[in-house]
Write a protein that binds this ligand. Structure first.
Ligand SMILES: [Zn+2]
Length: 65
């Protein structure tokens, strides 16, 4: 399980060069898909796939296009 934990950390550090603008915390990928995200994907005919991120500290949500 140690290897899995390491993978998680690497993914977080490399994909997310972004930080929460509110508290400066790490942003993690959120499994939830927002309605706005679905709408953007539909309007862009699938060319844009928005991803949802959530701050680890304050739970503030972000959408990355
Ligand atoms: Zn935050």
């Amino acid at each position: 399980m140690g290897l899995l934990d390491l993978d998680k950390i690497i993914i977080k550090r490399t994909i997310l060069g972004i930080r929460c603008s509110h508290c400066g915390g790490n942003l993690v990928l959120s499994p939830q898909r927002s309605i706005a995200g679905r709408f953007i994907k539909l309007v862009s005919l699938g060319t844009i796939t928005p991803k949802n991120y959530e701050c680890e500290h304050c739970q503030k949500r972000y959408m990355l296009l």
